[in-house]
Design a protein around this ligand. Structure first.
Ligand code: MN
Ligand code: MN
Length: 453
């Protein structure tokens, strides 16, 4: 059928490999939502996009972007057709599973200073122990200043980590299930072990807090209003002797975020207004002001309508959304030969076979899924075939094995046509996820084709 290994399409793989270098750089420097937004804004500016606040009116061909609370981006190329005829939307999320520092995190125990964490998103806890971790985020002070913290990414920086029991004393632990062997409250990071001379009460903790004060000018109490994310340290790297894959943190879903954004940046003229949105909080239900459920996106479309002299921007925004076509750019589970039994081999994504379409996601009988209209699916696969983009279909796994969701159903609530389209990932939600370089490239090509379909 349509399934083909995408590598075989390329006589010369240079374009695939070169694109992967740009992507590796992006995920290496964008390990939090805020950093992803910063990097996206840099790329948008370099490609002629203007911040919406600097724009008075809009016309065909204009390139503009919105940033919401430093954590979402919505970027647009204004089309030839009126906005109410609908947009072509690529939507990805830029949050990834991780550990967050608690509000009151630092404590001392038997000569160690430790940091208490609360995990974010679905993780297998045992995977996050005994690996080097970085602390990245912001501390917001009462005077309104926002201090950026980034420890662990510069090779000269120290790293932190979570200890695990030595095998020699693990008899009790090894008898537990994987879900119980490492508990959420045991995911505390080691921050230091050196006492501050003059302190006798909690001298190690005092020393760590002094270091933070000296470097960042922050007090312990300032950590209450902070957002420090604990993420795997170090750069994304080539994976496999043939360098066909990339090992890195946050492929879910920054691989789709980067390819969607690049597809928009590399598009010139469009019939229908083209859009890329990057959202936060997908891993915890797309909730809150910066998640896909937020009115931010609808308001942004209304603002576009207002800048095009609409008499009723809110209504026009509604019509624009209803008539839109969207690819929900999110990753899919790649087939892993070591764990093949969880997949239906006819309906699973294979690394190297191109952009993955998921007609539906969900669990326990498609619950929570968008379940795309087949008419729309036909439109999308036709667009891919016309442009010779390698694509494949998939479900997450076997029907009773579990499930997952994306932002597709949320945008579907506007009555627009939506289907999930993304990149196959191995080790999804682990500190080191794997994607194929050729899938990253085919996704980019597929997204680009879609914007002008
Ligand atoms: Mn995802
Ligand atoms: Mn996820």
């Amino acid at each position: 059928m349509y399934r083909k290994n995408a590598w075989l399409k390329y006589q010369n793989t240079k374009e695939v490999m070169d694109f992967a270098e740009g992507y590796k750089n992006f995920i290496t420097i964008s390990k939090t939502e805020r950093l992803a937004v910063k990097e996206a804004e840099k790329l948008l500016k370099a490609n002629g996009f203007k911040k919406i606040d600097d724009v008075k009116t809009l016309k065909e061909g204009d390139r503009v972007y919105f940033i919401n609370k430093k954590k979402n981006v919505a970027a647009f190329i204004i089309g030839k057709e009126p906005l109410t005829k609908g947009l072509r939307i690529l939507g990805a999320h830029i949050d990834s599973p991780r550990l967050d520092l608690k509000e009151h995190p630092v404590y001392e125990a038997k000569g160690f200073a430790l940091g208490d964490t609360h995990y974010y998103g679905g993780i297998k806890k045992y995977q996050w122990t005994t690996i080097p971790l970085s602390l990245i985020g912001v501390v917001c002070k009462k005077d309104g200043s926002v201090v950026e913290v980034n420890i662990g990414e510069d090779p000269k920086d120290p790293v932190v980590g979570i200890t695990d029991l030595l095998i020699h004393l693990s008899a009790d632990q090894m008898a537990k299930t994987l879900a119980k062997a490492i508990e959420g409250e045991s995911l505390d990071i080691t921050l230091g072990s050196m006492p501050l001379n003059e302190e006798d009460k909690e001298p190690v903790k005092a020393n760590v807090l002094k270091l933070l004060k000296d470097k960042y000018g922050i007090e312990e109490e300032d950590l209450v209003s902070a957002e420090i994310e604990i993420v795997p340290a170090g750069p994304a790297r080539d994976y496999g002797l043939d360098r066909s894959m990339i090992a890195g943190y946050g492929h879910d879903d920054r691989s789709c975020a980067y390819t969607s954004l690049m597809a928009l940046l590399d598009t010139k003229k469009v019939q229908y207004t083209a859009c890329c949105i990057l959202v936060d909080k997908e891993e915890i239900g797309s909730v809150g002001a910066t998640g896909a459920h937020s009115l931010f996106f609808e308001n942004a479309i209304a603002k576009l309508a207002a800048l095009m002299n609409s008499n009723n921007p809110l209504w026009d925004a509604r019509m624009a959304l209803e008539n839109s076509k969207m690819l929900s750019s999110d990753v899919s589970a790649g087939y892993d030969p070591l764990y093949g039994s969880v997949s239906d081999v006819k309906n699973v994504a294979y690394l190297g076979e191109g952009i993955v379409f998921n007609k539906y996601t969900g669990s326990r009988g498609k619950s929570g899924s968008n379940d795309s209209m087949p008419e729309y699916y036909a439109f999308v696969r036709n667009a891919m075939d016309q442009a010779n983009v390698n694509w494949q279909n998939a479900e997450l796994g076997k029907v009773d094995q579990g499930g997952g969701g994306t932002i597709a159903y949320i945008l579907g609530n506007y009555n627009m046509s939506v289907i999930d389209a993304g990149i196959a990932v191995l080790n999804m939600h682990a500190p080191m996820e794997i994607v194929s370089k050729v899938d990253v490239y085919e996704a980019y090509l597929g997204y680009k084709v879609f914007l002008i379909a």
